[in-house]
Design a protein around this ligand. Sequence first.
Ligand code: SR1
Length: 364
Amino acid sequence: MNLARLVGVVSLLALAGCSQGTPATAPPTSLPSAPASSAPPSSAPASPAPARFAAGDVRIALVRQLSSGDYFEQWLAGAQAEAKALNVRLEVSSGDGNNDKQALNLEQAVTAGADAIIVDHGFAQTVQPAIKKAVAAKVPLVAFDVDPGAAEAVALTQDDHRIAEQALGALKADTGGTGEVVYVHVAGFAPLDRRDETWRQFKKDNPGIKQVAQIGVVNNSTASAVADQAKAALQAHPGVKAIFAPYDEFAKGAALAVKELGLGDRVKIYGADVSTADIAVMTEPGSPWVATSATDPANVGRVAVRAAALLVAGSPVEHALTVPPALITQKGLRDAGITSVEQLTRAFPELSTPDVARVPWTAS
Ligand code: SR1
């Protein structure tokens, strides 16, 4: 793949200098001149694996709120790959959107004597009581995309404010900061709530942007439910020129609605997350989905498992770990001929963050 052509693909924002526990800060707006060469060099293990890891005697429970959809599938694949690399048994449960079931799964992981627990999403009011029990039982815990409500837990997030800022930056550049916008949001999910904070500030800073409708649902068929809602919103507000849909299932649903209404030349979509299926949607002829801000979800799953493994080993882990996003544009993807996340991450190894929760006994 021609790297010079790839420079336009991704604004690799906030990637440089992101180390374990260092929240991503507002990045420079320039692109790196040679993205592929700025990846961390691979290195040999700094220390031997602790005996329990070498013996395959470590069990980490992954307690999920949600499991369907591209993001969550990729995230799990990354977590499983890292668990395999660390010789850890990863015991996966999902509430499948049932918050009480997730809380029960969490209590069962404590009772079953997991060496560490990763809580993946969830609502604070349902998981925090069970997290408190895990902490009381001295089970190390990593909380991804959920407020653990316990100082003892490691909190892992993507930089959600930056995700929203990058997508909205693209929206502003394309619209000139004026026009009617449909917003897709569901309250209660920590990453969406953080993106919502940025959206609220963005509206204050850009009074020419008018939110004419808010839609959103999260369930096992989020994209099709959002498509139905988006169609109704677009029919009710024919002047809309952008949809801010900061979750890939939202963006896919919005894209379907725009396509079915034949509005692709007039309504553009600014999303979050990326998958191979998302890239196909973004790059198909006439697609309205023009920009997305994303991490590599598999990389984030890997970070979660590494952080849990470090806790099991008694190694220090920063209290807050943040993975920075990159802005990916339709034009950049098309120009570079990128059709999969594998191509995207090969072209931009910075989308992997081995220094976030680096494990000293594995090679990077
Ligand atoms: C329902 S919450 C969906 C979000 O969780 C992760 O943070 C992904 O980025 C996704 O957008």
